[in-house]
Write a protein that binds this ligand. Sequence first.
Ligand SMILES: Cc1ncc(C[n+]2csc(CCOP(=O)(O)OP(=O)(O)O)c2C)c(N)n1
Ligand code: SF4
Length: 248
Amino acid sequence: MAMTKKIPDTIKGANTFCPGCGHGVVVRLIAEALEELGHADDAICAVAVGCSCLVNVALGIDKIGCPHGRASACAAGIKRVRPGNLVFSYQGDGDSLSIGLAETVYSAQRNEKFTQIIVNNGVFGMTGGQASPCTLIGQKTTTTVDGRSVNMSGVPLDIMKMFGQIESVAYLARGSVHDAQNILNTKRYIKKAFEAQMAGAGFSCVEILSPCPTNWHMEPVDSMERIAGVVSAYYPIGEIVTGGGLNA
Ligand SMILES: Cc1ncc(C[n+]2csc(CCOP(=O)(O)OP(=O)(O)O)c2C)c(N)n1
Ligand code: SF4
């Protein structure tokens, strides 16, 4: 008998991301994680601007739109008034690390007890592929037409390194969606971050390396190979902090 993989009940519609985009995989992993942990009915998602906002189409849980970099501030506020709910922000690297860097850093520094999901594709995807803080050195974008240079725009931001210096942080991991093993690992990271949150341990964050074939001007398979060979060489994949936070 043929085995079929059940679509999570929490997925309420087909996603509208570009073909080959990593966002759709991440949304599916979040849906599976919420259902397996029994939190699909009490989860609240703070939705960022950018292609992240298309999560509204696919994910059938409670959500609040948080324009212009403020998703982590909104998530922090929601979690403070509804500590029993599972609260997470869903943000791109442009939203969380450029437009909303202050809110991102202070969420960790203030030990806000929600989970931040950062989908890092190294560009501002929705607005046409401008450089983000995570654009790699030499990478050509619409605002770095000759390739990003250290002289003009510094080195790519590693938020895991920055967060890793904050001793109260409960859980940190960087996953990727470029192959099956990393997709499974990323789901495990998301579940562990959610579990740390619901245990009251403190701030948690999962950054996920994700392809933007449209703005990278690559075929989807080639964009996956770019993550495996190039992006993950700068942004190492794995858990950074486990078992940290208030209960450590
Ligand atoms: C303060 C501010 N400046 C510019 C914009 C326009 N804007 C909307 S989406 C977006 C890009 C978001 O990029 P990212 O967070 O990396 O998400 P992606 O689309 O790549 O998933 C920008 C710049 C905005 N919404 N607010
Ligand atoms: S523009 Fe990039 S990030 Fe946005 S949906 Fe398309 S592939 Fe995904």
